[in-house]
Ligand binder design. Structure first.
Ligand code: SAM
Length: 198
């Protein structure tokens, strides 16, 4: 298991695949453990790094994770199998916005896919959240640039930062959720459904 995780880190670096920062995944693993999370939905698998680590938080948490890139999906399945976690991690190959999850619900939803889609993912997947559940989103600080916009030179990066700001405004004005922000890793938001706040 440790060897596979180490190999995934090297593979991600060599192939320019963004994976979660270690402090952020530690925070999520701790949340899973302390809150007895049994089911997780992850949007954005990449090669399965965060899914495998989340599955390691407790022996009974089950993960469904969605990836739309075929090569990454196949790599994720390979990694999940080599960690013998295929009974607790289901990797779905599809665009998250096209997946039908009718009949399923989750204690924790982790959004870690295209930043331009954050609002759409939240709007779609909040319908599958169990009472007392949370929605966690990664990259809320986007390399510190959300708080330091004047240093941005590229239009492309400016566009991403604008989208993250819109997402934060969406979260803050969402009447059904209370969102807390954490300067951990690349920045995490944790959205609790109102009346469900812990
Ligand atoms: N959670 C992973 C980890 O920490 O190991 C990293 C995920 S990476 C930041 C984002 C992934 O989301 C990419 O592999 C990308 O192909 C995938 N993605 C982007 N938009 C998507 C969508 N609409 N549906 C499914 N996957 C998507």
């Amino acid at each position: 298991m440790k060897e596979t995780i180490f190999q995934m880190e090297r593979y991600a670096e060599a192939n320019n695949i963004p994976i979660i920062e270690i402090d952020s995944i530690k925070f999520i693993m701790k949340y899973i453990k302390l809150n007895d999370v049994k089911s997780v939905l992850e949007i954005g698998t990449a090669i399965g790094y965060s899914a495998i680590l989340m599955a390691n938080a407790t022996p009974d948490v089950e993960i469904t994770t969605i990836e739309k890139d075929e090569k990454r999906y196949k790599e994720a399945v390979k990694n999940v199998n080599s960690c013998e976690l295929d009974k607790r991690i289901e990797v779905v190959y599809n665009d998250a916005l096209k997946v039908n999850l009718a009949g399923h619900s989750y204690d924790l939803i982790f959004i870690d896919a295209a930043k331009g889609g954050y609002i759409k993912y939240f709007e779609k997947f909040c319908n599958y959240l169990n009472p007392g559940g949370v929605i966690i989103t990664d990259n809320i600080n986007f390399h510190g640039l959300v708080k330091n916009k004047s240093s941005i030179k590229s239009k492309n990066i400016q566009g991403i930062v604008d989208k993250i700001e819109k997402y934060k405004a969406f979260l803050d004005s969402n009447p059904d959720y209370i969102t807390k922000y954490y300067d951990i890793g690349d920045g995490l938001s944790v959205s609790f459904k109102k009346n469900d706040e812990k």
